[in-house]
Design a protein around this ligand. Structure first.
Ligand SMILES: Cc1cc2nc3c(=O)[nH]c(=O)nc-3n(C[C@H](O)[C@H](O)[C@H](O)COP(=O)(O)OP(=O)(O)OC[C@H]3O[C@@H](n4cnc5c(N)ncnc54)[C@H](O)[C@@H]3O)c2cc1C
Ligand SMILES: NC(=O)c1ccc[n+]([C@@H]2O[C@H](COP(=O)([O-])OP(=O)(O)OC[C@H]3O[C@@H](n4cnc5c(N)ncnc54)[C@H](O)[C@@H]3O)[C@@H](O)[C@H]2O)c1
Length: 446
C-alpha cells in the first residue's frame, strides 16, 4: 500500500469497483477503500439485488402442503443464498485485486479535498490522492417509532439471514422492498400484511396497473393496509393508527422497508468542500462532479435513483469525464426503466398515463391482457396487464408491463425509445416464437 495515489475510490459499490478496475488497468495508481469485508462488491451482490432475487426465485418453487415442509425449503434457500453471496464477494475482490489496484480495509473520512484518513483495525492511516470518487451507497432508513430496534424487527438485510420462515410477517412500507418481500414471503408460505403510510397503493403508478398488482397480491393472501401511522413495535406486535383508530397486528417478524438514505455519515464531506443536500445526498452536476473540483460521486450516495444499473451508468459518466471523452452525462442516458420483482414482475420505462396527463400531453393508450399471450399460457402465468403510451405519430412515450418476463421485455422497449424506434416498427418486428416479447407485436399495433 502506498501513501499517495492518482485515484482513490471510497466504497466497493458497482460504480466504485468498475472504475477502480478500469483506471488501474489503464495504468493509473488506484486504491479502493471498503469498510466491511462482507461488503466487497457492494450492496447489490451481498445484501441487495442478487440475494433477494435468488430467494424470490426459490420462493416460487416452494412445495405445496404443510407449513413445516415450506419452512424447511425456506431454510435451505437461505443457506444456498449465503453460499452464493460468499462466492460473489470473493470473485468481486479477486477481480479488482487482479488489476493491481490496492484494496484497503477501513472506513474513509475526508481530511481535505486531497487527503483522507482511513480508520483500519491497526489504526488510522492518511492517504493522499489527486482525484477521489465517492461510492458509499445508502443505508436503510429506520423509522422513528418506539421499538424499531427491538427483537423480531428486521431490515431487508437482516431478514434475508433469518433461518426460520415467519408464519406471519408484517412489512412496514409498500415500496420496492416492501412489495418484493411481500410477494416472496407469501410465495414461501408466510401470511403477509403490508402497512404503508400513504392512502394510495403504488401512488407512482397508473390506477389500472396498481389495481392489477393489488389483485395478484390479494390472491396470494397478502393484505395491504393504507393510510396507516405506525407508532410502535413490541414483541412481534405492530401498533398503528388508521382513521383515528389504534390497531394492532400480531406477527412473528416485522420488516422495516420505508426507504434508504444516502450514506454520507462520518465521511467528512464538509472538510473537502463537498456539498450535501438536505437529505445527506452528495450534490453533483451532470458529469457527477461534486462541488470540489477533484471529487466525483456515483450511485445511491447521490440521493437520486437507487439502482445498480444506475450506479454502473454513473461509472461510465465519470470515466468519460475524467478521461476527457465527456460524452455521457446524467442528461443523455435515455429513458429511465425499472422492474419490481414481484410475481409476476412489474416493469416500466418512461412515462405513465398519469405522467402524460400531468404534462398535458396528447397520447394514445395501447393495452393488452397477459391472458391473451400464448407464451403466458405455456408458462401457466396468465395474470397481468400490459400498457404502452404513444403519440399520434407512433413515438413511444412509455410502457408499463405487468407480466411474466417483463424484466427482460422492458429493456427492448427502452432501446426502442432511446433510438427513436416507432410503435409500428415494434408492431412489425419479427420476434421468435413462442416468447413473451412477441406480445409487443400486438401491444404496439396502433
Ligand atoms: C434488498 C434490496 C434489493 C435491491 N434490489 C435491486 C434490484 O433488483 N435491482 C437494482 O437495480 N437495484 C436493487 N437494489 C438497489 C441496489 O442494490 C443499489 O442501488 C446499489 O447496490 C447501490 O450501489 P452503489 O454503487 O451506490 O453502492 P453500494 O453497492 O451500496 O456500495 C457502497 C459501499 O461503500 C462502503 N462504504 C460506505 N461508507 C464507507 C466509508 N466511509 N469508507 C469505506 N467504505 C464505505 C459500504 O460498505 C459499501 O460496500 C436493491 C437494494 C436492496 C437493499
Ligand atoms: N427491483 C429493484 O430495482 C429494487 C428492489 C428493491 C430496492 N430497490 C431500491 O431500494 C430503494 C429502497 O427501497 P424501499 O422499498 O425501502 O423504499 P421505497 O422508497 O421504494 O419505498 C418506501 C415505502 O415506504 C413507505 N413509508 C415511508 N415511511 C413510512 C412509514 N413511517 N410507515 C409506513 N410506510 C412508510 C413509503 O410510502 C413507500 O411506499 C428503492 O428506492 C429502490 O431504488 C430497487
Amino acid at each position: 500500500m502506498k501513501a499517495n495515489y492518482d485515484i482513490v475510490v471510497i466504497g466497493f459499490g458497482k460504480a466504485g469497483k468498475t472504475l477502480a478496475a478500469k483506471f488501474s488497468k489503464s495504468g493509473k495508481s488506484v486504491a479502493l477503500v471498503e469498510k466491511d469485508k462482507n461488503m466487497y462488491g457492494g450492496t447489490c451482490i451481498n445484501v441487495g439485488c442478487i440475494p433477494s432475487k435468488r430467494l424470490i426465485t426459490d420462493a416460487s418453487k416452494s412445495p405445496n402442503g404443510e407449513f413445516e415442509k415450506k419452512a424447511q425449503h425456506y431454510k435451505e434457500a437461505v443457506a444456498e443464498k449465503k453460499k452464493l453471496t460468499a462466492a460473489l464477494n470473493k470473485a468481486n475482490y479477486d477481480k479488482v485485486a487482479s488489476t493491481g489496484a490496492d484494496i484497503i480495509d477501513g472506513t474513509a473520512s475526508f481530511k481535505d479535498n486531497h487527503h483522507i484518513v482511513v480508520s483500519t483495525k491497526d489504526g488510522n492511516i492518511e492517504i493522499e490522492a489527486d482525484k477521489f470518487i465517492i461510492n458509499t451507497g445508502s443505508v436503510t432508513v429506520i423509522p422513528k417509532i418506539e421499538g424499531a430496534d427491538s427483537k423480531g424487527v428486521y431490515t431487508s438485510e437482516s431478514i434475508m439471514n433469518l433461518e426460520e420462515l415467519p408464519k406471519r410477517l408484517t412489512i412496514v412500507g409498500g415500496g420496492y422492498i416492501g412489495l418484493e418481500f411481500a410477494s416472496m414471503y407469501a410465495d414461501f408460505g408466510s401470511k403477509v400484511t403490508v402497512v404503508q403510510d400513504g392512502d394510495v397503493f403504488l401512488p407512482r403508478e397508473d390506477e389500472d396497473i396498481a389495481k392489477a398488482i393489488h389483485e395478484v397480491l390479494e390472491a396470494k393472501a397478502v393484505e395491504i393496509v393504507t393510510g396507516a401511522k405506525v407508532t410502535k413495535a413490541e414483541e412481534g406486535k405492530l401498533y398503528y393508527e388508521v382513521a383515528g383508530e389504534t390497531k394492532t397486528l400480531d406477527s412473528d417478524a416485522i420488516l422495516l422497508a420505508v426507504g434508504r438514505r444516502p450514506n454520507t455519515d462520518g465521511l467528512g464531506c464538509e472538510n473537502a468542500g463537498v456539498k450535501l443536500n438536505d437529505r445527506g445526498g452528495v450534490v453533483t452536476d451532470e458529469h457527477l462532479k461534486t462541488s470540489a473540483d477533484n471529487i466525483w460521486a456515483a450511485g445511491d450516495v447521490c440521493g437520486k435513483l437507487q439502482f445498480t444499473y444506475i450506479s454502473l451508468d454513473d461509472s461510465r459518466i465519470i470515466w468519460d469525464e475524467i478521461t476527457g471523452e465527456d460524452k455521457r452525462t446524467t442528461e443523455n442516458r435515455g429513458a429511465f426503466s425499472y422492474s419490481v420483482f414481484i410475481n409476476p414482475p412489474f416493469s416500466r420505462v418512461g412515462m405513465s398515463e398519469k405522467d402524460a396527463k400531468a404534462a398535458g400531453m396528447e397520447y394514445k393508450v395501447l393495452s393488452l391482457s397477459a391472458n391473451a399471450i400464448p407464451k403466458a399460457k405455456v408458462l401457466r402465468k396468465t395474470d397481468g396487464l400490459l400498457k404502452a403510451l404513444v403519440k399520434a405519430d407512433g413515438t413511444i412515450l412509455g410502457a408499463e408491463l405487468f407480466c411474466e418476463e417483463s424484466y427482460e421485455m422492458i429493456n427492448f422497449i427502452k432501446l426502442a425509445m432511446d433510438h427513436g424506434i416507432k410503435a409500428k416498427d415494434i408492431a412489425n418486428f419479427i420476434f421468435t416464437h413462442p416468447t413473451m416479447s412477441e406480445s409487443l407485436n400486438d401491444l404496439f399495433a396502433m
